[in-house]
Design a protein around this ligand. Structure first.
Ligand SMILES: Nc1ncnc2c1ncn2[C@@H]1O[C@H](COP(=O)(O)OP(=O)(O)OP(=O)(O)O)[C@@H](O)[C@H]1O
Ligand SMILES: [Mg+2]
Length: 367
């Protein structure tokens, strides 16, 4: 049978082969990454269309070489022609609100600046930092949205103490509102307490659906609370939404730092500007004895920022009030109420604004 089919070259054969080719430096293959836009076969001549956005000129060359080698080996293939459509990504500072992502379908059309908050390791305070940054951007006068894409453990509803489900209008989901801040969670689409096992492709599809279905209206800044890790979800998002930058959160602990380093490497490969590292739970200042105890180690994330040559955006101490407030669903209230915390978060938001060019002038409506 094998011999019978060996000369019948099909698109499926070619795609299967292309799926074995990883995007240089990543675990993900070029097919699932959406780079392969067409495969045609005619009398043993294979034409493959690739669409790629990267600053690194070596990447299209590497991909081309690997495709030629792998597809050229298949029996029945006489020639391989690769139509490589390689473009450079736009600079985040020249933000075009009408820009469309690779597939030509506008996602988040009214959102001007998209900033992700990420961490390699879970539980390091990513959602807290995302919420704090969102709050400070709002205080600076921007129209802000906060969203999480954590289908395994929705963060925004918990952290904001919200149990209401968003309404649907004109087939679009309307985000919830907290004093003018738009809030949305992928967790709203999933029933609480339902154990979920999502496979990669499902996450990919659900994420895209979610991006299309939420009506954010006009926003200056959308803060995206990413699920922890450096897997499919993070890559899909960075690819689908054109992120203007990412903030990486880590505790000073070695284990968290190793994962933060992976995060930095991944976002560098994806060409998402790294706005800086936030060191969270950097020490506990005892109100009784006045001493500071470095529970997760001292300055770990700060020195990692130096090694990686990215800015340290701030150090957030371990604050018991924040734990209590989070459990009560009001970390923003705790950040607002604590002078030291609100200063730290304001300074962080200011640094991010500067790096991203998020000034009132940049955000001035163009119509
Ligand atoms: N600086 C801090 N001081 C005290 N508690 C904190 C601090 N930062 C975060 N926490 C608490 O630690 C817990 C985890 O924080 P958070 O939910 O923000 O982490 P996360 O990285 O988003 O976690 P996950 O990976 O589960 O999404 C929360 O209870 C939060 O209140
Ligand atoms: Mg979280």
């Amino acid at each position: 049978m094998a011999a019978l089919f060996s000369s019948q070259l099909t698109q499926e054969h070619i795609l299967e082969t292309l799926k074995t080719i990883k995007y240089p430096g990543l675990m993900r293959d070029i097919v699932s990454f959406g780079l392969v836009k067409g495969v045609e076969i005619e009398s043993g001549i294979v034409r493959i269309k690739i669409v790629l956005k990267t600053k690194d000129a070596n990447i299209p060359q590497k991909i081309e070489n690997e495709i030629s080698a792998a597809v050229g080996k298949l029996s029945g293939v006489k020639e391989v022609h690769i139509d490589m459509n390689w473009t450079q990504p736009e600079q985040p500072h020249h933000h075009d609100p009408h820009a469309r992502p690779d597939d030509g379908v506008p996602l988040l059309p009214g959102v001007r600046i998209k900033i992700a908050v990420a961490s390699g390791k879970g539980g390091v305070g990513k959602s807290t930092v995302a919420a704090g940054l969102a709050l400070m951007f709002q205080k600076a006068g921007h129209k802000v949205g906060l969203v999480d894409f954590d289908i395994y453990g929705p963060s925004v509803p918990t952290i904001m103490g919200i149990s209401a489900k968003p309404l649907v209008h004109d087939q679009k989901i309307i985000p919830l509102d907290r004093n003018g801040m738009k809030l949305m969670s992928m967790g709203f689409l999933v029933d609480a307490g339902t154990p979920m096992i999502w496979r990669g492709p499902m996450v990919h599809q659900a994420t895209e659906q979610f991006l299309r279905d939420v009506n954010w209206g006009e926003l200056d800044v959308l803060i995206v609370d990413l699920p922890p890790g450096t897997g499919d979800a993070q890559m899909t998002l960075s690819q689908k939404i054109k992120l203007d930058g990412v903030v990486i959160v880590s505790t000073p602990q070695d284990l968290a730092l190793i994962d933060a380093r992976k995060g930095v490497a991944m976002f560098r490969t994806l060409e998402v500007p790294i706005l800086g590292i936030v060191e969270n739970m950097s020490g506990f200042h005892c109100p009784h004895c006045g001493e500071t105890t470095y529970i997760f180690g001292r300055d770990g994330a700060a020195s990692e920022a130096e090694t990686q040559e990215v800015p340290l955006l701030g150090k957030i101490p371990l604050v018991p009030a924040l734990v209590i407030a989070s459990d009560q669903g009001d970390p923003m209230g705790a950040i607002e109420a604590d002078k030291e915390l609100s200063e730290i978060f304001t300074a962080m938001a200011n640094q991010v604004s500067k790096r991203i060019g998020l000034t009132t002038r940049t955000l001035a409506r163009q119509h």
